[in-house]
Write a protein that binds this ligand. Structure first.
Ligand code: BTN
Length: 233
């Protein structure tokens, strides 16, 4: 994939900029030094102070039907986890659906949004532009304790180059996305499972709490027993 990188000192949200450029060619990348309204999943905010994190969004046009778009979460979380491991040497792990944790604390979040393309009435994919937003806590020195977050610097005990993290991330994303388009989802899922920390752990999957047993081929986590997690969240 050819990356066309657009850099900004400050934007509200790199995902919003990428969504506005949804018709741009695949590989269009938006990177900001800070985000003033960084978005997390489920309407949460993503704290994005200058000089501390990597805030990156990429426009993709995968040839996938709508009901398979969820597979992109596995491709991207696998690539992000591998990039973090490579650049830091730390034992980063994936937590469903697509958080990256180190020592049980969140170091990276992923927000995938899609937007129908003007020709989306056609019977063949791609129907939409997929915007993949990735936030990595790189040089943050602390987080409020209730966030259960960490940064690469906090784990390593030294700061690390945000540019190095960016390069590793784009390289890993390119490799795994190409593999996914060529060989399909199964090889990605196998690699993903090897880095997953959800199976065998106490977990909450939207509705239920219990022990994660297995990630099925449709991406669902099978959970053993538990109680209604809406109480726990
Ligand atoms: C989450 O874990 O809740 C997802 C966080 C995603 C944050 C990234 S930072 C770059 C991109 N732009 C945004 O506004 N959000 C994503």
């Amino acid at each position: 994939m050819n990356f066309a990188i657009h850099r900004f000192d400050s934007v509200a949200s790199t995902n919003d900029v990428a969504l506005q450029m949804a018709d741009a060619p695949e590989g269009t990348v938006i990177i900001a030094g800070e985000q003033t309204s960084g978005k997390g999943r489920r309407g949460r905010k993503w704290s994005s102070p200058p000089g501390e994190g990597l805030y990156l969004s990429i426009v993709l046009h995968p040839s996938l039907p709508y009901d398979k778009l969820w597979q992109m979460a596995f491709v991207v979380s696998l690539a992000a986890c591998e990039a973090i491991r490579e650049v830091s040497g730390l034992d980063a792990r994936i937590k469903l659906p697509n958080d990256i944790l180190i020592n049980g604390r969140k170091v990276c979040g992923i927000l995938i949004e899609s937007k129908p393309l003007p020709h989306s009435h056609t019977p063949t994919p791609p129907y939409s532009a997929v915007v993949v937003g990735i936030g990595i806590n790189v040089n943050n020195q602390s987080f409020p304790p209730d966030l259960n977050a960490t940064s690469l610097a906090m784990e390593l005990g030294r700061t690390i180059s945000i540019a190095d993290v960016e390069n590793a991330l784009l390289r890993c994303l390119d490799a795994r996305y190409e593999q996914f388009l060529t060989d399909g989802f199964q090889p990605i899922l196998e690699l993903w499972k090897a880095l997953d920390c959800t199976v065998g752990r106490q977990t909450t999957d939207h509705m239920f709490e219990g022990t994660g047993l297995e990630v099925a081929e449709n991406g669902d986590l099978q959970i053993q027993s538990g109680r209604d997690a809406s109480v726990a969240e």
